[in-house]
Structure formats: C-alpha cells, structure tokens
Design a protein around this ligand. Sequence first.
Ligand SMILES: Nc1ncnc2c1ncn2[C@@H]1O[C@H](COP(=O)(O)OP(=O)(O)O)[C@@H](O)[C@H]1O
Ligand SMILES: O=P(O)(O)OC[C@H]1O[C@](O)(COP(=O)(O)O)[C@@H](O)[C@@H]1O
Ligand SMILES: [Mg+2]
Length: 360
Amino acid sequence: MKQIKTVGVLTGGGDCPGLNAVIRSIVKAGNACGLTTLGIKNGFGGLVNNEWTQLTAQDVSGILPRGGTILGTTNRDNPFHFPVADHEYADLSARAVTNLQQRGVEALIVIGGDGSLRIADEFRQKYNLAVIAVPKTIDNDLPGTERTFGFDTAISIAMEALDRLHTTAESHHRVMILEVMGRYAGWIALHAGVAGGADCILLPEIPFRISSVINKVRERQQQEKMFSIAVVAEGARLTGGSPVVARIVDGSPDRIRLGGIGNQLAQAVEEEGRIETRCTVLGHLQRGGSPTAYDRILATRYGVAAVNAVQDGEFGCMMALKNNRIVRVPIEQVAGKPANIPLDDDLIRAARAIGVCFGD
Ligand SMILES: Nc1ncnc2c1ncn2[C@@H]1O[C@H](COP(=O)(O)OP(=O)(O)O)[C@@H](O)[C@H]1O
Ligand SMILES: O=P(O)(O)OC[C@H]1O[C@](O)(COP(=O)(O)O)[C@@H](O)[C@@H]1O
Ligand SMILES: [Mg+2]
C-alpha cells in the first residue's frame, strides 16, 4: 500500500464549535506520523478558487478553545453546481480536482455536515478521490453517528438561555418561548428542552396543536405555576401545516432557511390563551464561541481517527461515534439520508414521563 504524504483539509457548511479542535488534532496527529496537512480556505468554494493555507504545528497552536474555523467556511458553493454569474451555474469539479493534484494532495479530509458529505461522496464517485469525512454540525442531523461535534456546545448555550428565561418568566407570570436551530431535526430542541426544564418541547418530528400548548399552560396555572416555558425547533410545524421559512438564500443548494415559528406561536398563545407571551430567537449564538469539554474531546478523537484512516489507506468513510468508540462508516451509507429523532427515542419517553408536553 502506498503511504500518503500530503492531505488537504477543509471545513464546509455552517461553522460550529469544535472545528478548530479537529483541525488541530489532524495536524498534530499527522505531524507525528510524517503527514503534511494543507488547509483549504472557505470550504468547497476555496477548493474551486484555489485558496490554500499552510497548517503547521505553529499554525494550530492555541486554537483548541477557539470557536469558528481558522480556515473559514461557506454554506453556499457546490463545485458540481458552482455559481459563475447571476443565476448561472457550471460544473467546476474538475478544476477542484486539478487544484488538489497540483498541490500534491493525495487525500481530502472534509469536516462538514450533510451538504458537505454529499459533495464529498460525489467526488468519490466521479473522480475516485480519496475522501474522509468528519461529522460536524450543531444540529446533530447526520445518520451513522451518535453525535456530531458542536451539538453539545449548542445545547449547553440553549440550556443556559432557558435558565435565564425561567427567572424572568416566573417574575412576570408569562409564557416564554425559545426558538432554537436544527433545520428539519429536533435534536437541539429536545436535548436543550429537557436540560433546561421546558414545559413544552415542539419538534419537527411531532406536529403540534396550539390548543395542546395552551392546555399545558392552563394546567400549570391550576397548579399555581403562573408561568410556562416552551422550546420550539425552527423546523417545528402545526398539525397539517409546513415549517415556517425565514428566507431564501440564492446560491445555496439548500436555499431554505427556517425560522419564525416561535413568534407565530407566541402570538397565538397570547391571543387564544389570553396570557402575556414573549418569544426569543436564539439564532447564531448557538454556533458561536468556545466548545464545551465534551466537544473538544470528541473533536480531538475525530481528528485522530481521520489521520488513522489515512494511514490505513481506508477512504470513502465518515468517522462516527458508536458505543463511545470512533468507527468508520461508508459515506455512501450516510450522504443524503435524513437523521431525525425516532418517535420512540428514550429521551422523548423520559420527557413525557415527567409531564413535558410535545403539543400532540
Ligand atoms: N442538497 C445538496 N446537494 C449538494 N450540495 C449541497 C446540498 N446542500 C448543501 N450543499 C453544499 O454543501 C456545502 C455545505 O452546505 P450545508 O448543507 O449548509 O452545510 P453542512 O455541510 O453543514 O450540511 C455547501 O458547499 C453547499 O453548497
Ligand atoms: O447560517 P445560516 O445560513 O443562517 O444557516 C442557518 C442554519 O445553519 C445551522 O445553524 C447549521 O446547519 P448546518 O450544520 O447544516 O450548516 C442550522 O441549524 C440553521 O438552520
Ligand atoms: Mg446541514
């Protein structure tokens, strides 16, 4: 087996805490076995536009606790459908492959989510490119792994927001609604909701009724709890309805950005339930800042595992957490597959058992 000497690494999609920890881990573990790591700036856009940066031990020094990505990222540019002019696209994937070859890059490590995985898989299929993926996203919406890094930090931030909303809700006898991210999956809402003691948790996986939320608020009032807290995932929807779209992002393959359900819910609860209600949209705070200890550890393990896969010459795989071990799963098994919360999820059951309302 030919030993690989140079790898490229890029970060794709929305940023998330722990990206720098993975980059650091790849560079350090790579150095230890004689591997040179080159950084590609700004995700797949930078691969097409030939934007590179060196990644030596010095370059990654001190980045473990830093949020974001030192490489930059984008959730737009897809090399197979690349924006070349206004509303005009071309397949520039061959140029991306040439750019890799010219730098002597023999394998590409993609740190990304579902969108990045699809692109990595297309490079593997069409060019037989040696790709390895590391599962990144605050949304935890990737199949094949029990955890993506970034998720733990996001739920910790959302939990703290819920703690803070509790004290003001209690003082004013109000309903407080927190809208969290997650795209079409409810992982952030479910985990933050349970950790933050929410009374209602509204998920994309379980369409909800306003009346059910109001009933929960009233039930609590009868128990002399004059305030209630609800967490709503940005992808949650009313029974028979669709998710609320906040904006359309041109040039992004997944053009839809969700958001707005929290304010709609607040208005409905206030009008129909006749109780003062406020909504907070947590937004990009969930993606910013320093990773938790859990995410730093997971990110470090993923980085080392990616280098091990390069050393073993095993490509076309995503690093995954299974039973607290890092394993390799074929990218083709996970790319393009949804990763929603199963309805019999243990945490949904536990939450129901302690009286949490899911709006159904
Ligand atoms: N359905 C899709 N098909 C092909 N490429 C996609 C798709 N969705 C997103 N992408 C591309 O994948 C990259 C990452 O996008 P995004 O989905 O936002 O992030 P993530 O990798 O975290 O899921 C971007 O370059 C984007 O253009
Ligand atoms: O940064 P943008 O374009 O507003 O995108 C927001 C979306 O990105 C996320 O924060 C992360 O999603 P990805 O991991 O797929 O990039 C979603 O939770 C949210 O819906
Ligand atoms: Mg995604």
